[in-house]
Design a binder for this molecule. Structure first.
Ligand SMILES: Nc1ncnc2c1ncn2[C@@H]1O[C@H](COP(=O)(O)OP(=O)(O)OP(=O)(O)O)[C@@H](O)[C@H]1O
Length: 357
């Protein structure tokens, strides 16, 4: 069951347990490079590896994270989707123990971060949005440095470095200096670093922003393999396609709050019959005000660079009315696209705004 605004309720858990816990802790799928959860510790089978309860973070007067709650289970990739500034990174930083919440709790593998920090953090791997690498060192040397920080030494460190580089497809570049890496290779190395210590929970903060499509695809496939190997993944993104590709359960954030949460298909269904009509729109050449038009038609609208998107709460048949009105006003329609429910239409339907741009 998906939930909406102000309803971070147990019914969401029912949805999780009834169908979206694909692999029990302890299973390691082939091809995941040996990265998999072991079944020990307080988080046994069926227990969430990450439990976030009513997290709050304020920066001055601004409430950046406002009562956020969700759980992530072993073997699943949970998507935290939202536009820039929604509060995703702040949430992730609190889960990672890098930022202290003003209220709420984080539990990793059953260990409360507030009181059992060391045990909780030992289960965590963090891949921050900003790439933090030493450009003059090789990939392997960077890995060695971070392995040592993680307390890994000798043969075990070498084994883990090799496995992680292999998993992200950088084994053949191990001896290459990072300054010669593309943006996508740096991101992949960042992920490999996050895998050191064999975390059971991996936190990824928009790992594909600004990289080439091939690296992006590679990263998404890597994450799939990791989850198949039993790791729990918390994945933040403002790309709904990525979240739809990776995640069976999602939470949509806006202005610090979770506005919808649950299994993907149920969250998608929150858009109801809603569709989105997208038209090219040149602000410079057009005097018409799409916002005013949308107000008259009683549908939400989003105008972004060169495009206008009308949200049609009653579905595609409403497109006729919008198009009719455009024609009546002499607005040239030089193309259009009608989108049926996806996470973007859910966001539009719930907020009246677009997820990106
Ligand atoms: N250290 C800080 N001091 C003050 N305000 C902050 C700080 N960090 C974040 N914020 C504010 O909190 C809000 C949430 O930011 P956050 O970075 O968590 O959003 P986000 O969803 O991750 O977006 P982005 O993808 O742009 O990082 C934003 O309005 C941001 O400006």
């Amino acid at each position: 069951m998906a939930s909406v605004v102000g309803d971070p309720r147990p019914a969401v858990d029912a949805g999780i347990r009834s169908g979206t816990v694909p692999s029990p802790a302890g299973s390691t799928a082939p091809g995941a490079g040996g990265f998999g959860a072991d079944a020990g510790g307080p988080a046994g089978r069926g227990q969430p590896l990450l439990a976030v309860r009513n997290l709050v973070k304020r920066f001055g007067d601004q409430v950046a994270v406002d009562g956020v709650a969700f759980e992530v289970y072993p073997g699943e990739t949970f998507g935290l989707l939202g536009p820039n500034g929604a509060g995703k990174s702040t949430t992730l930083a609190m889960v990672a123990g890098l930022l202290r919440p003003d209220a709420g709790e984080v539990e990793v593998g059953g260990f409360p971060l507030a009181t059992r920090r060391r045990e909780a953090q030992r289960l965590l791997g963090v891949v921050p949005q900003d790439v933090a690498l030493y450009p003059e060192l090789t990939a392997a040397q960077n890995m060695g440095y971070f392995a040592a920080l993680r307390g890994l030494r000798g043969a075990e460190a070498r084994r883990q470095i090799e496995a992680a580089l292999d998993l992200v497809g950088l084994a053949s570049h191990a001896g290459q200096r990072v300054e010669r890496f593309s943006g996508g290779m740096k991101r992949r190395l960042n992920i490999a670093i996050g895998l050191l210590g064999r975390p059971r929970l991996l936190l990824l903060d928009e790992p594909t922003v600004g990289i080439d499509p091939q690296s992006r695809r590679h990263i998404l496939e890597t994450i799939r393999r990791l989850a198949a190997g039993g790791i729990a993944v918390l994945y933040t993104s403002h790309y709904m396609e990525e979240v739809e590709f990776l995640c069976r359960r999602v939470a949509i954030m806006d202005h610090g709050r979770i506005i919808a949460q649950g299994p993907l298909d149920q969250v998608r269904a929150l858009a109801g019959d809603a569709a989105v009509l997208r038209l090219p729109w040149d602000r410079v050449l057009r005097d018409d005000d799409p916002e005013e038009l949308a107000r008259e038609l009683g549908v939400p609208v989003e105008v972004t660079g060169g495009e206008v998107r009308f949200v049609l709460p009653r579905g595609p048949q409403q497109a006729t009315a919008v198009l009719g009105e455009l024609v009546r006003r002499g607005v040239p329609v030089r193309g259009m696209r009608l989108e049926t429910p996806n996470l973007e239409t859910v966001f539009l339907a719930l907020t009246g705004r677009a997820l990106r741009d």
